[in-house]
Design a protein around this ligand. Structure first.
Ligand code: EPZ
Length: 431
């Protein structure tokens, strides 16, 4: 982290042209790191984005006693030396995905002590489905002093689990717990995100027996032993989607490479409905700004529905549409904080519970704003690309959690975007 807090300054109106290449998926690699706990030895994970969340997960693994080394975008995780089973509060509160060490620790060592993750700016982020599923697999779960204790001294036993909600994290934790359980586990109503399919690919490379990746029913045959494996992370579909919206807002012609377009089908359809044509040529997506947008209604849903992680970026774009759009956030209970900041730039948005009415305006004007969370922060940068004048986005540590070099990538295609050190006491942006 930086001694001084940093902001991102954007000057709108500079057309984007050229090619950006997105990195490995944040929401896949964090799980591969947790999965490496399962195999006694060194796994190699390639195409690792160098983002703050990866650093936190590396610290979690090191606190457990594993060795984690980076050589560029290649990470080596050796869990042979693992000798602790606790994920401490300071790390879990820094990144709630740390709770995904719970399943692997119980699977391999029969015990784990993980701090309860707090909520965050987009919702309460409960983990009841993780814990209920682990209990069905035979783990004994207790919680005290803000920590969850899980133990299964005689190992876990296969079970038939039916998730109330296709939770991404619950599906992943239970998948990683079940791979070494005695017998067969079925997870119904499982999440189907591409990142889960990628986790299944890595686990199978380690020797796990899993069927049904990408469907709502996962069937896992427990195996005795998993061995270290090598894996290349899939491209980050949300980073790609973010760049496509940047292109929709400000590009003469922007090519986005590195992600699988089939992972963005509904996003591409919604962009087309809004008047933004994206040419797909293999794994290359090319976008140009249409200048104005048609209003479209968007409802976020678990994959393959419209991704909630693309909701703020779409709200920024639709704030400049020719008419009213309705955005419904069905996955998180309070993922509209970003709208308050966008209003400061002139957007006309009314929030009614899970629904945001976005009335299109002619233009946005640059303003000092504060990133409320990761995707909201990125969306404010995108809004700044199209706004008149200068936008200063503070709270950029949120953005650095999940985007590798967002400023550098946008600058490389012509955006007027730069890092600015905020003098202590915060100049230019009210706290
Ligand atoms: C993952 O979070 C992603 N994070 C999120 O991305 C993403 O928004 C989310 O999936 C949905 O796609 C990572 O992969 C690290 P969930 P996760 O469990 O696993 C409720 C980003 O910007 N729920 O599917 O926490 C929960 O409260 C981040 O990259 C329960 O009620 O998502 C939430 O409302 C943000 N009980 C909803 O389900 C549970 O036991 C979705 O949560 C678990 C979840």
């Amino acid at each position: 982290m930086h001694g001084m807090s940093r902001a991102i300054r954007i000057t709108g109106g500079h057309p984007l042209a050229g090619t950006v290449v997105v990195g490995g998926a944040k929401n896949a690699v964090l799980k591969h790191m947790a999965a490496a706990i399962l195999a006694d030895g060194e796994s190699v994970i390639r195409r690792v984005p160098r983002i703050a969340d990866v650093d936190v997960m590396a610290e979690v693994l090191r606190r457990l006693g594993a060795r984690v080394r980076f050589e560029g975008d290649v990470m080596r995780v050796d869990s042979a030396t693992l000798d602790s089973f606790e994920a401490p509060y300071d790390l879990v509160s820094a990144m709630r995905a740390s709770i995904l060490v719970l399943g692997p620790l119980v699977a391999r060592f029969g015990k784990a002590r993980v701090a309860m993750p707090g909520g965050c700016n987009i919702g309460s982020r409960k983990i009841d489905l993780h814990l209920k599923g682990l209990q069905q697999l035979g783990a004994e779960i207790t919680s005290e002093h803000g920590y969850i204790q899980a133990s299964a001294p005689r190992g876990l036993s296969g079970a038939h689990i039916f998730l109330d909600f296709p939770s991404v994290g619950a599906t992943e934790n239970l998948l990683m717990a079940a791979v070494q359980a005695h017998g067969t586990t079925t997870i119904e109503n499982a999440a189907r995100e591409p990142e889960i399919q990628d986790l299944v690919a890595f686990l199978r490379a380690m020797g796990a027996a899993i069927e049904g990746a990408g469907t709502s029913t996962l069937v896992i045959e427990g195996v005795e032993e998993l061995r270290p494996a090598e894996h290349t992370v899939i491209g980050d579909r949300i980073e790609a989607g973010t760049m496509l919206v940047a292109g929709a807002l400000a590009a003469k012609r922007l090519a986005v490479e590195g992600a699988d377009p089939t992972h963005l089908e509904l996003v591409l359809n919604k962009l087309a409905e809004a008047g933004v044509e994206v040419q797909v040529d293999g794994r290359r997506m090319v976008v140009a700004s249409p200048g104005r947008f048609r209003p479209v209604d968007v409802a976020t849903l678990p994959y393959p529905g419209f991704p909630t992680d693309m909701q703020p970026q779409f709200m920024a774009m639709l704030s400049l549409a020719d008419g009213d759009s309705v955005i419904t956030e069905n996955v998180f209970e309070s993922r509209f904080m970003f709208a308050d900041e966008l209003r400061r730039m002139g957007a006309d948005i009314t929030i009614e519970g899970h629904r945001a009415i976005v009335r299109g305006v002619e233009r946005l004007s640059g303003a000092p704003v504060m990133a409320p969370d990761l995707r909201g922060g990125a969306a404010l940068v995108l809004a700044g690309l199209a706004a008149e004048g200068e936008t200063l986005v503070a709270g950029t540590y949120h953005i650095e959690r999940g985007y590798e070099d967002l400023v550098g990538k946008l600058r490389s295609v012509g955006a007027a975007v730069e890092w600015v050190d905020l003098a202590e006491g915060g100049s230019g942006v009210d706290a």
